[in-house]
Design a binder for this molecule. Structure first.
Ligand code: URA
Length: 259
């Protein structure tokens, strides 16, 4: 069913308010202040007072696994990339991104590595995991006798959340049709979730990464293994041993053991 235009505008406005709130903005100027402010665009007329955001009821999120799988029908990764480039479903992200970060690697890879969302470096370069976390990820891959070109690296969100905040549920939901289509087109046998945000999003669970590690999960027929995010490992080097255990487990499951 197609949303009437008012519903779409309301949904987008609400989503913008929620993402501002998630970014730490809890008050907006009263309409009077806005009326006195220099308009960004002369055709924008402020018709409603915007009160404080405190206490705004979160939008109810249908669980991702219920109902039909949200999925683009783009026939190829290149057409899907264009669809993502044209996307403005998350107003804040679409208006603050330098570019989308679609994904990189072998489109026929057996293994996808799933991160959370682009950071500042990725937003600048248009490629996932190119900053400090990416350098550590490259080393982890090397230890598994893999190169970036052997796997496919992608994120739950294709746009950078400002200030590197976590994706909001609605942003993840909006982007899910792209992630699902990427996974359908690549058709990997394995997904390795990097960190709790990626794992919890993909598997629609609130279990901690500590609990999700060490076993094989399943998503749309794909085997899923979870480990710590490289950024977490940079902050907590003691966890590198566990992450290495996870990678050895993954490589064993893939039939290419590294120990
Ligand atoms: N962290 C992520 O989760 N993804 C990236 O692409 C970069 C950092």
């Amino acid at each position: 069913m197609v949303d009437p235009p008012q519903t779409t505008v309301f949904r987008q406005a609400r989503q913008l308010l929620e993402s501002l709130q998630a970014a730490g903005v809890h008050q907006l100027p009263q309409a009077e202040t806005l009326r006195n402010a220099k308009p960004l665009r002369p055709d924008v007329i402020i018709t409603e007072e915007i009160g404080p955001l405190e206490g705004i009821a979160p939008m109810s999120q249908p669980p991702l696994e219920e109902g039909p799988l949200p999925c683009s029908v783009a026939p190829t990764l290149e057409t899907l990339r264009q669809e993502v480039t044209d996307c403005s479903a998350c107003l804040e992200l679409a208006s603050t991104r330098t570019q989308i970060v679609f994904g990189v690697g072998n489109p026929q890879a057996r293994l996808c590595l799933l991160g959370e969302a682009p950071g500042a470096d990725e937003d600048r370069q248009g490629e996932p995991f190119v900053g400090r976390s990416g350098q550590l990820l490259n080393k982890i891959l090397e230890a598994c006798q893999l190169r970036r070109e052997d796997v496919y690296i992608l994120n739950v969100l294709k746009c950078r959340p400002p200030g590197n905040r976590n994706p909001t549920p609605e942003e993840s939901q909006n982007c899910r049709r792209f992630l699902n289509r990427q996974l359908q087109l690549i058709a990997p046998e394995f997904i390795c979730c990097l960190g709790s945000v990626a794992a919890q999003n993909l598997l629609a669970t609130t279990e901690t990464i500590g609990k999700l590690r060490g076993r094989v999960h399943e998503y749309q027929g794909i085997q899923v293994i979870c480990t710590y995010h490289p950024a977490y490992l940079l902050r907590n080097p003691a966890a590198k041993k566990d992450a290495w255990d996870d990678m050895k487990f993954l490589m064993r499951e893939m039939g290419t053991p590294v120990d």
